[in-house]
Write a protein that binds this ligand. Sequence first.
Ligand SMILES: *Cc1c(COP(=O)(O)O)cnc(C)c1O
Length: 392
Amino acid sequence: MPNQGQPGSGTQAVWAGEGKNGWWGATQVPVVHSVAFGYTDVDVWQDAALGRIPGHIYSRNTNPTVFAFEEKVRLMEGAEASTSFASGMAAISNILFTLLSPGDRIVSVKDTYGGTNKLFQEFLPRFQIKVELCDTADHEKIEAAIAKGCQVLYLETPTNPTLKVIDIARLAKAAHQVGAIVVADNTFATPINQNPLALGADLVLHSATKYLGGHADALGGIVCGSKELVARIYHYREITGAALDPMAAYLLLRGMKTLHLRIRQQNESAMRIAQFLATHPQVSHVFYPGLDSHPHHEVARRQMRGFGGMLSFMLKGGFNAVRTFLPRLRYAHLAANLGAVETIAGPPVTTSHVECTPEERAAMGIPEGLIRYSVGIEDTEDLIADLQQALP
Ligand SMILES: *Cc1c(COP(=O)(O)O)cnc(C)c1O
């Protein structure tokens, strides 16, 4: 079917942010390592420095390679503006410290990424910012917490590592009634599977380290939203300095050109692997929003175009079984990462929630015997056979 208006997400993954007439006709965005950009006319220099005309000044602020990456993600998330960071955590901390002041209140959920949870528990309270973390699936409770008044509602969906799904549209509506800004971490879903801004969020962020880059060779973070909000966050980052490196931006840009192909494959494999594990006698539970049995399957169907490449499961033998199972996997790195072309597996104890104490993990409802499995782009049959031979 011919595409009349907006190009499809695959076309955007390849072309967005990349002009046809780049430097010296280069078909690929060059890596501009230069820290500073020179001018021959002081008036033009001043106009660029004051943002009256386009032009780069200093790479902590803006850089041509970094800008191309920011544009690609911005267009894929359907946003007015975007700005990038040295890592996903740099994005999250810069967003929160831009939006929140002493005395403010933020509402979020218990199941956010481990580092984000640390910000909530350890760092924000030091600045007299009140944090209320609700049970992730309990929409009524979250709405009640929002109704008490807050400046920010912070969501992450699907969640890490138990793949809960939060209804973004429903909670964004509640947050806007009290004038709060809605922030959504879209790392797990990617813009291929979900666009939080279209569902009512004000800001969408990514750990670009994961699916956007997709090759586990570059750290990065990004936030997209309205010009006004992104300008405030950009200003904070420009001064605090967590800028994305041009070489990392180049690797992320290159990785993104195949984002739609990787996600399509990972969606499909994860679904089949989840179905396989769900019927295996040694597996006590599978967490995957694509399964009919998943408690949030209906919400996931409504707000996602695909259910993603992340799943987790529990073995009947508990942590002891996990310890023998994991090293038997032939096609999985046992590592603290996700969203790459290779399959990656590990328990949350050593990966996403390594920063948390056993008590904190228990409070977040993360079983110690859980295995997080990030499906790569290998052949589905090979991954299933690998799991089969490794399972007890
Ligand atoms: C990895 C991750 C982060 C943090 O990103 P870094 O690039 O490692 O700083 C934040 N949110 C989610 C959901 C993640 O998976």
